[in-house]
Design a protein around this ligand. Sequence first.
Ligand code: NAD
Ligand code: AKB
Length: 317
Amino acid sequence: MIKEKILVIGACGQIGVELTLELRRIYGGAQVIASDLREENELLKGTGPYVSLDVMNKEMLHVQVIRQNITQIYLLAAILSATGEKNPNLAWSLNMQSLLNVLEIAKEEQIKKVYWPSSIAVFGPTSPKKNCPQQTIIEPITVYGISKYAGEFWCNYYHHRYGLDVRSLRYPGLISYKSEPGGGTTDYAVEIFYAALEEKKYTCCLKEDTYLPMMYMPDAIRATIELMEAKSDAISVRTSYNISGMSFSPKEISLEIKKHIPGFRTTYKPDYRQAIAESWPQSINDQIAKKDWGWKPAFDLEKMTKEMLKNMRKVLE
Ligand code: NAD
Ligand code: AKB
């Protein structure tokens, strides 16, 4: 049996650190090559090999894939929604070219499986706000959302045209404590925990009643692994699957945190991120992921808040 050799690109980001650690737990440290533009993340050090890699450099990427005998690629490098609006050309260029480089090399080298995440940011103001279905009107207004929607169709194209086994999830906003979020509109849902523990007050960039789909990182990591381990013929969606965890507003998460930190106060100072958040659905329908590969989230707002506070207290000690 051929041992899997996995390349994670963007391994030092919010998802990359936790996903790399979980892949190393499953496949063994030496089998999972972490790579990024940045310096190696502290949590990854000593857990397996690390290479410095710019995914935009196709030749360098190709050499690594051949040299390391890679069988699976997880591509996580991207510019997220809020940062993307500050530099739309750069966001389009990185988000598209990184994917095209990976898909093309994966096709040439007959890579067994590719993972690339999409986002709820594909949806736009004309998509249904509540229980947003897999297939619906999709007219994104951010460069990030446009790049994710285009990317989904490139994945679909490489699957149908070349038989490449590429799989994808439309993550909601992800909440985690191990590595910091990297410039998204939903980052407030992580920042609020730091602020609550360190200052007992927080100024939120969104209005108090802005509902968004969110997920605790352990659910997102499990969803990713479950999708990648599912039998190929169970995967009916080759663009990207809707997945859902929870949905809450800044006011609701503030109240939940206040149950544990009684003096905590949030004030609201909406900025350019408000328009982005308002263009996205408030909740997501993930019935196809449930049916195809058995997706089931484990964390709701109450459980996630308890876990975040417990774990962040340890980090801040
Ligand atoms: P992040 O910004 O935290 O991490 C991205 C990593 O990619 C960073 O470590 C960065 O240094 C690296 N990178 C950037 N340019 C690179 C390059 N040219 N070559 C190699 N590495 C490069 O992002 P994240 O939150 O971990 O997101 C990972 C993926 O998941 C992205 O595709 C993102 O769109 C998607 N996603 C994330 C969320 C979320 O809430 N975090 C939600 C939906 C989708
Ligand atoms: C962002 O806010 O840009 C990300 C996402 C939902 O894709 N967290």
